[in-house]
Design a protein around this ligand. Structure first.
Ligand code: EPS
Length: 388
């Protein structure tokens, strides 16, 4: 399975084309819209989210509520486009003033300057329109389709926020993934620990008041993945590596870790590796899950636990120094509107990209074309592992 996205932040629409989704999967707009709505929420979002109400239109690959096996085309319109029709027009424009109104001042931390150098753009709107995190809308739509596949084979995905602006969730004693989902869905910062959540919101208020932005850490947990998915024999088929790439591909993400992650560098091996146990009910399992669900690029059957770090959004009200690409004069970058924190929304995006990679690996390993056969094969793999 693979997908491509197209579309600019203030253009008419965003599009995703998904290839390789098996036939016979129940899918309708509602499955996708609920995920799009989740991504739009979150304390710290700016005014753009008051304009948009993201809703998908499925324009290919689905008939009578079931996937056909053909490419699935998903479209989400940008409501804000109506304010940008000249600036973002597809056809050449005559409006002199608009033609001259170029973006020539790169924002530190954004793709503006590097993108301009790469493609030879002297109007950096040609870069920022595409590098905008608006694109994550259709990545979440693709992830919603992946989640449908996973649901069919008994795999659950949950994402939550564990840190914002230095405030860390301490109380993480949830008893099930369902409880984690129910509680974080009600939290404006998608945090399980209500006290930490409150402090996170205060920190976001502080950032907003000071024209600043803050980042954080999100975690995604995937339960129910059979052991043996992925590869230890090919570097480019290691599932943890694919998930790591997917996480770092999210706008503003700078790092990733599995299980105890970077902490493994500070502990002896005896406190890092997970002891192997066996019971007739469960078959093989691990006493702990410090590895975060992977050994050798292959799933262990324990939950996948992956965290990603998001830097503060680079579009700041508080000016940072930069240089105009035309005049070469220094200036203090400032903007009109931005999110002061998008970590809660990013946790929904992280769920989506992880779901996509896991679903793609499941489809590749267990049957490819037909959802009914994939389901049977996953069940068979589970039975085999138990009886092994
Ligand atoms: C973004 C800038 C803001 C955000 C946007 C990402 O948009 P605008 O420039 O229109 O104010 O709101 O995020 C979204 C539109 C979204 O759907 O998440 C950026 O520069 O990355």
């Amino acid at each position: 399975m693979r997908y491509l996205t197209a579309g600019e932040s203030h253009g008419p629409q965003l599009t995703a084309i998904l290839e390789g989704v098996p036939a016979g999967l129940a899918l309708c707009a509602e499955h996708i819209n609920k995920e799009l709505a989740r991504r739009q929420k979150g304390y710290g979002r700016g005014r753009r989210m008051q304009i948009e109400k993201d809703e998908v239109k499925i324009t290919g690959g689905v008939r009578h509520g079931k996937t056909l096996g053909s490419p699935i085309a998903l479209v989400v319109e940008n409501r804000d486009f109506k304010h940008w029709q000249t600036i973002m027009a597809v056809e050449p424009i005559d409006d002199e003033a608009e033609v001259k109104r170029k973006v020539t001042r790169p924002r530190p931390g954004h793709a503006d300057l590097n993108g301009a150098l790469k493609y030879g753009h002297r109007d950096m709107r040609n870069v920022l329109e595409r590098s905008s995190a608006r694109e994550t809308t259709v990545r979440v739509a693709a992830g919603a389709v992946a989640k449908r596949i996973l649901e069919e084979v008994g795999i659950r995905v949950a994402g939550h926020v564990i840190e914002i602006g230095g405030v860390r969730a301490e109380k993480l004693d949830y008893r099930s993934l369902e409880e984690l989902q129910a509680v974080t869905e009600e939290s404006p910062v998608r945090c399980f620990d209500p006290e930490a959540g409150q402090k996170m919101m205060e920190t976001i208020d502080w950032a907003k008041k000071n024209g600043d932005s803050i980042g954080g850490i999100v975690e995604v947990i995937v339960e129910g993945v059979p052991a043996g998915v992925g590869s230890y024999v090919h570097y480019d088929r290691k599932l943890d590596a694919k998930i790591a790439a997917a996480i770092v591909s999210i706008n503003a993400f700078k790092g990733v870790e599995f299980g105890i992650g970077f902490e493994a560098a500070r502990r002896p091996g005896s406190e890092v590796h997970d002891e192997i146990i066996w019971s007739p009910e469960q078959g093989f399992s691990r006493r702990t899950n410090r590895a975060g669900g992977f050994e050798g690029g292959v799933t262990t059957g324990m939950p996948i636990v992956v965290r990603g770090v998001m830097k503060p959004i680079p579009t700041l009200y508080k000016p940072l120094q930069s240089v105009d690409i035309e005049t070469k004069e220094p200036f203090a970058a400032s903007i009109e509107r931005s999110d002061s924190c998008a970590v809660p929304a990013a946790s929904v995006v992280a769920e989506a990209v992880v779901a996509w990679e896991v679903a793609a690996a499941i489809v590749e390993q267990f049957g490819q074309d037909r959802m009914d056969l994939i389901k049977e094969n996953v069940e068979r793999a589970r039975r085999y592992a138990k009886e092994f």
